[in-house]
Design a protein around this ligand. Structure first.
Ligand code: F6P
Length: 283
């Protein structure tokens, strides 16, 4: 009986489970079984997988129960990994062996740019069709307008910034909020637009340490000036900007010590942004 294999790889992203569910539902409706490879390329190398389809008494192919309920959930029910071994041809050959033993007519890889590059290597080295589904909150995959996970991550960031803005306004404080994105400033840029942030720091705009501190200090000074009197100052910083957020907070405070009652706070949203039920768009 024909089957397709699916795996999730790299940093998990909301929407991966919705993609798995959609793949299984469509495959089952076409009379195909689906094998879920566990823990990304590690599972392909080590030969660990589980069936994502089952048979009814009438012989129909249907999704297994956890696939039926996985659609909204963040993370990935198949598990994921970053797999340095996959860069080495001998391990890719081992993975090819396991893929053959699954008797799969095709492989679907759900993941970010490294994972899609791995999918490309398999497609070049094996006689098997491979489909890559871009999924990464970083939104850094070539020729992809918006990867799975980006919409949910942005909604989480925007909600977090709205909450931070509530407390910032109450105390007339400045906040520097760091968001994930690896070397990409996309999440920071989009979130800054949506939250009407006062400034955004992006790795794509290269500034020295001193220039960055000066720019943030100037922004806060302007925001608190008698002519502006803003109660909230929000600076969104992409993680790819190579200054630790706590250090930036300290340096900016030191530069603005002439301002009475100045309070600058830093919040690193970190992995919080990667979890959570997927949004309508990511599903
Ligand atoms: O690629 C997704 C991502 O969340 C990046 O934004 C971040 O830099 C990285 O993964 C974090 O990786 P890890 O979960 O391995 O710490």
């Amino acid at each position: 009986m024909s089957s397709v294999a699916v795996l999730t790889s790299g940093g998990d992203a909301p929407g991966m489970n919705a993609a798995i569910q959609a793949i299984v539902r469509v495959a089952a409706s076409q009379g195909l079984d689906v094998a879920g490879v566990l823990d990304g390329y590690d599972g392909l190398i080590d030969g660990t997988s589980r069936p994502l389809t089952q048979r009814t008494e009438d012989g129909l192919i249907v999704p297994v129960p956890d696939v039926d309920s996985a659609g909204p959930l963040g993370g990935t029910i198949l598990g994921s990994s970053r797999c340095p071994r996959f860069h080495e041809p001998e391990y890719r050959a081992q993975a090819a062996e396991h893929l053959r033993s699954l008797d799969a007519i095709g492989l679907i890889v759900i993941g970010g740019n490294g994972s899609i590059a791995g999918a490309h290597a398999i497609a070049n080295e094996m006689e098997i069709p491979v489909v890559g589904i871009p999924a990464s909150i970083d939104n850094d995959i070539g020729l992809t307008r918006e990867a799975l996970g980006v919409d949910t991550a942005l909604n989480t960031i925007v909600e977090a910034c709205d909450r931070i803005s509530d407390t910032a306004r109450s105390h007339r404080r400045a906040f520097i909020v760091e968001v994930m994105g690896r070397d990409s400033g996309y999440l920071a840029m989009a979130a800054a637009a949506a939250t009407a942030a006062d400034a955004v720091l992006l790795p794509e705009v290269s500034k020295s340490f001193d220039e960055t501190v000066d720019a943030v200090a100037e922004c806060i000074r302007d925001s608190l000036s008698a002519s502006r009197k803003k109660r909230r100052t929000l600076v969104i910083k992409a993680e790819g900007v190579g200054i630790p957020t706590h250090m930036l907070v300290d340096e900016v405070e030191a530069q603005l010590e002439d301002i009475d009652n100045l309070e600058v706070r830093g919040t690193v949203l970190g992995h919080l942004v990667r979890g959570g039920n997927s949004s309508f768009r990511d599903r």
